[in-house]
Design a protein around this ligand. Structure first.
Ligand code: ZN
Length: 324
């Protein structure tokens, strides 16, 4: 066995010891479930469901009172601002495992996916406690970011009576930056430009992508109350109807906000990468890249129009450019 293979075997034996290990003791959220936090969450996400916000409506609903959006489950136990500095967070087994990866050159980390399941609605006064287990570590994988391992954790949430509230799995890739697998070569032998990651198409959004392939920018419209929504999703946030149709957008709009991404570099994009949030003239918003516009000239309120461009990897995408 080569020296490198021996080192890898020794490293993998060390990381395998963490599989099945609890991250630390169960941790309770700093605050009980409360209405102000629910209101802030709904405000940020634009969720106007009165079961979360209007005590009178909530009282007369099936819930009998205010409930929290189920997707807040993890928010109740999050550490908050100290998370930006590992030195401020209490040591735990997951951090220890990440440090072990770092020591062996796997210094990169990227979250890849998460799944949550909810057992019941949370109500003001509930105390959420979470316990996280390092559930699995994959075989070594070659990814577009570099060679690495996927680490999956499972967090189980319980209430003040020890009753089940739901669970969450969370997966990250720990990778060696700069050890990319050999890039595909173009015909002239030069490394081919990496292509954009293809957006996942599923039951709820394939129709939108297929229309885009035909050069149409569609907006989903609730058949019941007429509210527009984007990106595509199964239920109306205003009236909870699952009946919908679509209208075609003119592609004209106004920059509501924008940001310029510098890091981390994602294959298939040129950096710095300007991203705009556009108020479409039909009355909903969408996010896309802006082109034909120097970054310093991007302004909130500027008029933009949309055009479609086939990107590498045969993905037709909408791009905004300054309106003439
Ligand atoms: Zn509706």
């Amino acid at each position: 066995m080569s020296e490198i293979a021996k080192q890898r075997e020794a490293f993998e034996a060390k990381i395998r010891e963490y599989v099945g290990v609890k991250e630390g003791p169960p941790a309770s959220g700093p605050d009980l479930v409360n209405e102000p936090m629910i209101r802030h969450w709904c405000e940020v996400l634009g969720d106007e469901n009165p079961a979360y916000l209007d005590p009178n409506f909530a009282k007369s609903s099936v819930h009998g009172g205010i409930v929290a959006p189920p997707t807040m489950l993890q928010a109740w136990v999050m550490v908050g601002y100290p998370m930006h500095d590992p030195a401020l967070v209490k040591p735990n087994k997951q951090n220890e495992l990440h440090a072990l990866f770092d020591e062996h050159g796997y210094t990169g980390v990227v979250a890849t996916d998460t799944t949550q399941e909810y057992t019941r609605y949370l109500r003001p006064g509930d105390q959420v406690t979470a316990e996280t287990t390092i559930e699995s570590i994959s075989e070594q994988k070659a990814t577009a970011l570099g060679i690495g391992y996927f680490i999956e954790t499972r967090t189980v949430f319980t209430d003040q009576n020890g009753e089940d509230l739901g669970w969450m799995t969370f997966r990250v890739l720990k990778f060696r930056p700069g050890e990319q697998p050999a890039a595909p070569k173009a015909d002239d032998g030069a490394p081919a430009k990496p292509t954009r990651i293809v957006s996942p198409r599923g039951h709820d959004n394939t129709w939108w992508w297929e229309a885009l392939d035909q050069g149409k920018l569609l907006i989903q419209k609730c058949s019941s109350c007429g509210a527009l929504r984007h990106p595509p999703r199964p239920m109306c946030g205003k009236c909870q109807s699952t009946e919908w149709e679509s209208i075609e957008s003119s592609g004209r709009g106004t920059v509501h906000s924008y940001t310029v991404l510098h890091y981390p570099p994602i294959p298939g994009y040129d950096f710095p990468l300007p991203v705009v949030l556009v108020d479409l003239e039909e009355g909903t918003r969408m996010i896309a890249n802006i082109v034909d516009c120097p970054i310093e000239d991007i302004r909130i309120g500027m008029k933009v129009e949309c055009r479609f461009e086939m990107t590498e990897g045969d993905i037709n995408l909408p791009f905004f450019y300054p309106a003439k």
